[in-house]
Design a protein around this ligand. Structure first.
Ligand code: PMP
Length: 395
C-alpha cells in the first residue's frame, strides 16, 4: 500500500508527550498530568432525572436533527450569562459547538491559509496549537508576564510582520500557566487588534472557576467592532463528556463559523443541548459551580502549600499562585529538564505534563504544568512530596 496523505498530516505527529502520558494512566499513579475535572462532582443523579424528563416531554425533538446554530432556549441562557463579564449578547450571537475545542478548529479553518501567522501567548494551550497546526500556519508566540501578553512585543510583531491573521489568547487562568490578564492589557489588546484590523479568539474555559477576587470583564467586553470571538464551554463548570461549548460573535464573522459547522457535523447533539437546558431550568447551575469552586480552591491550597514545604528552595525554581482554574506552572532552574524529571517522578508513581509541549516553537524544557482538580487532597500532598524529592535528586 502506498497511500498518499495530505501535506497537513506532516504537521500532525503523535507527540512524545502523549506516549509518556499513557504510562501515567496506571491507577496507582498520582497524576497531576491531565486537565480532568473532579468526576465525583458531576451531577449524575440530577442528569438521570433530567434525561427521563427530556425524553418524556420532548423525545421526538430531542432525537431529531435540529438547527446548526443550536437549541434556542440554551443559546438564550448562555447569552444572558455573558452579562456577568460585560458582554451584551442575545441568542443570535451564540453558536453551540461540540466543546470549545471545535471552535478552535473552526478558527483555524476560517482564518488560516498555509504560512499565515497566528499569534499566541508563550506558552499556550496544547490543544489549540494542535488544532491550528492542521492548517499549517506559522506560530509567533509572545512573551507573558503576570499581567498577560507583552504588548510592546505584540505591537512590534504586528508592525513588522505581514500575514498575521489572528490573535489567540486565554486571558483567565490560562492553560498551562494559571495566569490572568489585567483589565488594562485586555483593553490594549483590543486597541491593537482594531489598529491592525485583526480578529481575536478569546478562549475562556476557566473564568467561572475563580476562587478569590473579582472576575474581570472579558476581552470581548471592550470590542466595539465585532472582531472578538469568545469561546466558552460547559466542560469545566458542568461536565466535559457531553461536549457542549459555544462561540459568541457577531454578523458575518459568526456566520463563517456557522457555515463551517454545517460542513463539520451539521449540529451539536440535540439531546445533549436539551438535557443541559433542562438542567439549567430545574437546578441551579451557579450553585453547582460554587461547589466546584470550593473543592478546587481547597485542592489548590493543599497543592501550593505542599509545594512551599517540599520543593527545594533554590535559585531559579518558581511557580505561579493561581486564583482559579485548574493548573499551576513550575519553572525549574534552567539546567534541569522536565522530561527527565518526568521519568524520575514516574518511578515514584507521580505524573505531570512537561511544559515544553506548550511552546509552539519549542524550547523551555525546564517547565512543567501541575493539575490540582482531579486528585483528592491526601494524594496531592503525597504526590507533591514525592515530586519535591525527584527534583532534589535531579539537582
Ligand atoms: N481551551 C482551553 C484553554 C482548554 O484548556 C480546553 C480544555 N482543556 C479547551 C479549550 C477545550 O475544552 P472543551 O472542548 O472541552 O470545551
Amino acid at each position: 500500500m502506498n497511500i498518499q496523505y495530505a501535506d497537513r498530516m506532516n504537521n500532525l505527529r503523535a507527540s512524545e508527550i502523549r506516549e509518556l502520558l499513557k504510562l501515567a494512566e496506571r491507577p496507582e499513579i498520582i497524576s497531576f498530568a491531565g486537565g480532568l475535572p473532579a468526576p465525583e462532582l458531576f451531577p449524575v443523579e440530577a442528569m438521570k432525572v433530567v434525561g427521563v424528563k427530556v425524553l418524556e416531554e420532548q423525545g421526538m425533538q430531542a432525537l431529531q436533527y435540529s438547527a446548526t446554530e443550536g437549541y434556542g432556549p440554551l443559546r438564550e441562557k448562555i447569552a444572558a450569562r455573558m452579562a456577568a463579564i460585560g458582554v451584551k449578547a442575545t441568542a443570535d450571537n451564540i453558536l453551540i459547538t461540540s466543546g470549545s475545542q471545535q471552535g478552535l478548529d473552526f478558527a483555524g479553518k476560517v482564518f488560516l491559509n498555509e504560512g499565515d501567522i497566528v499569534i499566541t501567548e508563550r506558552p499556550s494551550y496544547l490543544g489549540a496549537i494542535m488544532a491550528f497546526k492542521a492548517y499549517s500556519p506559522e506560530f509567533v508566540d509572545i512573551a507573558m508576564d503576570d499581567d498577560g501578553m507583552d504588548m510592546a512585543e505584540l505591537e512590534r510583531v504586528l508592525t513588522t510582520r505581514d500575514r498575521v491573521k489572528m490573535i489567540y489568547v486565554i486571558p483567565d487562568f490560562q492553560n498551562p500557566t494559571g495566569k490572568t490578564w489585567s483589565v488594562e492589557r485586555r483593553k490594549q489588546l483590543v486597541e491593537l487588534a482594531n489598529r491592525f484590523d485583526l480578529p481575536i479568539v478569546e478562549d475562556n474555559p476557566y473564568g467561572e472557576l475563580r476562587f478569590e477576587g473579582q472576575r474581570p470583564p472579558a476581552v470581548k467586553s471592550f470590542d466595539t467592532q465585532g472582531r472578538v470571538l469568545f469561546l466558552g464551554t460547559f466542560s469545566k463548570t458542568f461536565c466535559p463528556g457531553m461536549r457542549l461549548g459555544w462561540t459568541l460573535g457577531e454578523g458575518e464573522l459568526l456566520n463563517k463559523f456557522v457555515l463551517v459547522k454545517q460542513g463539520a457535523d451539521l449540529q451539536t447533539s440535540s439531546l445533549g443541548q436539551r438535557e443541559l437546558n433542562q438542567f439549567m431550568e430545574d437546578y441551579d447551575l451557579d450553585e453547582h459551580i460554587a461547589t466546584i469552586r470550593e473543592v478546587y480552591r481547597s485542592r489548590r491550597d493543599v497543592m501550593l502549600s505542599a509545594m512551599e514545604t517540599y520543593f527545594p528552595k533554590v535559585e531559579g525554581l518558581a511557580f505561579t499562585y493561581p486564583n482559579g482554574g485548574l493548573f499551576t506552572w513550575v519553572e525549574l532552574p534552567a539546567h534541569l529538564n522536565a522530561r527527565e524529571l518526568f521519568k524520575k517522578a514516574l518511578e515514584k508513581e507521580v505524573a505531570f505534563v512537561p511544559g515544553g509541549s506548550f511552546y509552539p516553537n519549542g524550547g523551555y524544557e525546564n517547565t512543567l504544568r501541575l493539575n490540582y482538580s482531579n486528585m483528592p487532597e491526601e494524594k496531592i500532598k503525597e504526590g507533591i512530596k514525592r515530586l519535591g524529592e525527584a527534583i532534589q535528586e535531579m539537582m
